[in-house]
Design a protein around this ligand. Structure first.
Ligand SMILES: [Cu+2]
Length: 177
């Protein structure tokens, strides 16, 4: 019994030590207008110079990522930043609203641990949304990912559609102490 408990403790630790994130929920969501995309938490600090989005105190953090914007279809756009580094504090609950705004390509969003560069067939991490369909007929496909920032560390968000992470569709996500 003690042995089993020890094993289970190890497994839980291993899950947290991977990306540092634990998945709380994942839901599909569609929008009929870009004006209805969810707003980001106003307390997030946007730094255009360092291309970082950060919140140093633990709490509920909301971020909206647009996949495949016109300006660079192989990127995620967050509040005018392209593929920003997202920095949040350990213990935060992170709600990521991912919306595909691309009208001719599908995208997804995954959290993984291997750093770039990525091969053409970049593998999705343990946390991944379904493929989000291109924008069509006033219908934006999205996903709402709710994550717990459980352990300090560095992970990466990527689009795991073949060729996309390879072409630069990724960013860093850091959990601060
Ligand atoms: Cu993509």
């Amino acid at each position: 019994m003690a042995c089993l408990v020890a094993l289970m403790t190890t497994l839980v630790w291993a899950a947290a030590a991977g990306s540092g994130f634990q998945l709380i929920s994942l839901q599909a969501k569609t929008y009929t207008s870009s004006s209805s995309f969810p707003a980001a938490s106003p307390e997030l600090v946007i730094n255009h110079k360092t291309n970082q989005l950060s919140l140093n105190t633990a709490g509920n953090v909301h971020i909206t990522l647009l996949a495949g914007p016109k300006s660079n279809m192989m990127s995620f756009r967050v509040d005018e930043l392209t593929n920003p580094e997202i920095r949040i504090a350990k213990g935060s609950r992170l709600t990521l609203n991912i919306v595909n705004v691309d009208d001719d390509m599908q995208h997804d969003f995954s959290i993984t641990t291997p750093p770039p560069p990525y091969p053409a067939e970049a593998a999705a991490g343990a946390i991944v949304t379904p493929k989000l369909l291109p924008y069509k007929g006033r219908r934006y496909s999205g996903a709402v990912l709710i994550l717990q920032a459980a352990a300090v560390g560095t992970a990466y968000y990527i689009c795991s559609v073949p060729g996309h992470a390879h072409a630069g569709m990724y960013g860093k996500i850091t959990i601060l102490p």
